[in-house]
Design a protein around this ligand. Structure first.
Ligand SMILES: [Zn+2]
Length: 398
């Protein structure tokens, strides 16, 4: 095993990586006309908790399938490079970066997947948010998986294999790759080796991010992300009256809205410009009025979808904030129980110790539950501010 092959991206995932390496090696034997030996199959599902890098795992496996060095995923050959860059002719990716997954686009990708690979290896289709496929797209996908072309491979990413996330009929035909939450030490090593983060900073960021690799990288590299975290972790200290509870809830709601707006702003503008260019290319003349009506409809649709994306981005930002708070109350609890486990927020150890002195374990547990309840409520579409206010009152009273 070399340290810089494509699989080195999959931090702390030894078992899945072993299975994927074996599969890629078998796939390479099949390409060479030899018996594959059973490690390879044509449909895969990648699941795992947030931050476990499901989509990275799918892309890395795709690179290994296209790798010209016996499927090793060397990271250096043309096949690996172009796959990771998203430009390989035989790797089609339905991304989550854009808006909701378009049914027609997905069906087109699935239909195209039946053609033979131009590079002579595999035709790979990656669907990065298979849980967001609409019914018609899911059905097209199911049909393709049921009647596989010999050299086509489907890689589906979903948070879980719950029937809400993926059709049972699709699930039953796929091999499952379950990624886990990587241990802090593995995340810290990765930050040091891959991004040159100082070891102390890396250990802190890995612990504070609770196994979410992207979040750890962000905390290590981005002062604004660190600032937002500090703001969130000051919440418990700011809850000094019922008025403060409502005030803190409103501020947290507003902060996550701003964070989300900033995150999507650039993409929104680029998409709108691209659509306007495409529509403008229609020119004037006969039929121009009808075209204008169509254009207005398309712009409206784009705006609607962008608004949905902003809402989703705010949910993600809120979820990160709640995750930080969960870490804090957990730290208080383990401190008061004297449990021999490391704390999540090492930099706040004096604060969590002081809270552990002051609060009974039962009241800390009630606070922890309040955060979990808030998270569930937001997940079920309760207005964030309402859910946050209810949470803050319990966090204050205990
Ligand atoms: Zn390679």
């Amino acid at each position: 095993m070399t340290s810089h092959d494509v699989f080195s991206e999959l931090v702390g995932q030894e078992e899945p990586v072993d299975a994927l390496r074996r599969a890629a090696a078998a796939a390479s034997r099949i390409v060479a006309g030899e018996p594959g030996g059973g490690g390879m199959t044509h449909a895969w599902i990648f699941t795992g908790p947030p931050g476990s890098r499901r989509t990275v795992a799918a892309r890395v496996f795709a690179a290994a399938l296209q790798c010209q060095r016996d499927g090793a995923g060397c990271g250096e050959c043309h096949g690996c490079h172009t796959t990771l860059a998203g430009t390989h002719a035989d790797v089609q990716i339905v991304t989550t970066e854009g808006l909701t997954i378009k049914t027609e686009e997905t069906r087109a990708v699935v239909l195209r997947s039946a053609s033979a690979p131009t590079g002579g290896r595999w035709q790979v289709v990656i669907i990065e948010a298979a849980d967001r496929l609409h019914e018609r797209a899911s059905n097209a996908l199911l049909k393709a998986i049921e009647e596989p072309s010999p050299r086509t491979v489907f890689l589906l990413c979903t948070p879980s294999v719950h029937p809400d996330d993926i059709l049972v009929t699709i699930r039953s035909r796929c091999r499952l790759v379950s990624l886990r939450q990587p241990p802090s030490s593995a995340v810290a090593d990765f930050l040091v080796q891959r991004f040159g983060v100082a070891p102390d900073q890396a250990s802190w960021a890995a612990a504070a991010s609770q196994g979410d690799v992207e979040r750890a990288r962000q905390l290590a590299a981005d002062p604004e992300a660190r600032g937002r975290r500090e703001e969130v972790l000051s919440v418990p200290r700011r809850l000094t009256s019922i008025g403060a509870c409502f005030d803190v809830a409103a501020k947290l709601e507003a902060a996550t809205k701003t964070e989300a707006a900033n995150a999507v702003a650039e993409l929104d503008v680029a998409e709108r410009a691209a659509l306007e260019r495409a529509l403008g290319a229609g020119g004037t003349g006969r039929g121009a009025t009808g075209a204008m009506r169509g254009a207005a409809g398309q712009l409206k649709e784009l705006e609607r979808n962008q608004k949905l994306r902003a809402t989703r981005a705010q949910r993600d930002a809120l979820d990160r904030a709640l995750q930080d708070l969960i870490g804090f109350y957990r730290d208080v609890l383990v401190t008061s129980m004297r449990a021999p486990v490391p704390v999540v927020h090492g930099d706040l150890a004096p604060v969590s110790s002081a809270a552990a002195e002051k609060w009974s374990p039962e009241s800390t547990l009630r606070r922890l539950e309040a955060v979990l309840t808030c998270r569930e409520a937001i997940d079920k579409n309760v207005k964030p501010q309402v859910a946050l206010e209810a949470m803050m009152v319990t966090l204050w009273r205990g």
